[in-house]
Design a protein around this ligand. Structure first.
Ligand code: SAM
Length: 159
């Protein structure tokens, strides 16, 4: 998964606008393979991650022990519709290959909006519905939405 998703991470990281000292949240980090690359985007970043899979949190902690010990990374188990962070906490939030799992996107988007500072950015990396439909591991559990529908949902939530 890390190899097949590398290009999508690179695309999102290319657009990710981060500044010295920013507080950044990744939702659904999987095994946390790309945290080091995010931390190279600017000086003195503090990176937070939340994932609802205990197995992924365990793997990501193991893969990033050095960053956690240095105080650069904080990982928690939880879901994007109930975030354990104070309002207005983050300068940037991003997620890659995650929104396919949102049954009720409004709940997640409202919660993400709550933890963002005014003017903060939310970056979402996804493959298109047309590409996803051709992948063998994609089951009805994936909520595939077209670009227009996604834009509409995000706009309704103020993004
Ligand atoms: C397909 S994997 C993608 C992992 C990584 N972002 C990547 O692209 O390689 C989706 C990840 O998001 C997590 N996830 C899905 N829905 C979530 C939610 N509502 N809140 C937090 N994590 C979630 C899953 O546990 C999983 O680790």
């Amino acid at each position: 998964m890390n190899e097949s998703n590398r290009s999508l991470y690179q695309l999102v990281l290319h657009h990710l606008e981060l500044h010295h000292g920013d507080q950044v949240l990744e939702i659904g980090f999987g095994n946390g393979h790309f945290f080091k690359e995010v931390l190279h985007k600017a000086e003195k970043l503090k990176l937070y991650g939340i994932d609802y899979s205990a197995a992924m949190v365990k793997a990501a902690r193991k893969n990033n022990l050095d960053l956690i010990r240095q105080g650069l990374l904080d990982l928690q188990m939880g879901s994007s519709d109930q975030l354990p962070y104070a309002p207005g906490r983050f300068d940037a939030v991003f997620c890659i290959n995650v929104i396919y799992f949102w049954d009720k996107p409004f709940t997640h988007l409202q919660e993400i909006g709550r933890v963002m500072k005014p003017g903060a950015r939310f970056y979402v990396g996804i493959r298109t519905k047309e590409i996803m439909e051709k992948l063998p591991f994609v089951t009805p559990l994936f909520k595939l939405r077209g670009a227009e529908e996604i834009q509409h949902i995000f706009a309704e939530c103020g993004f």
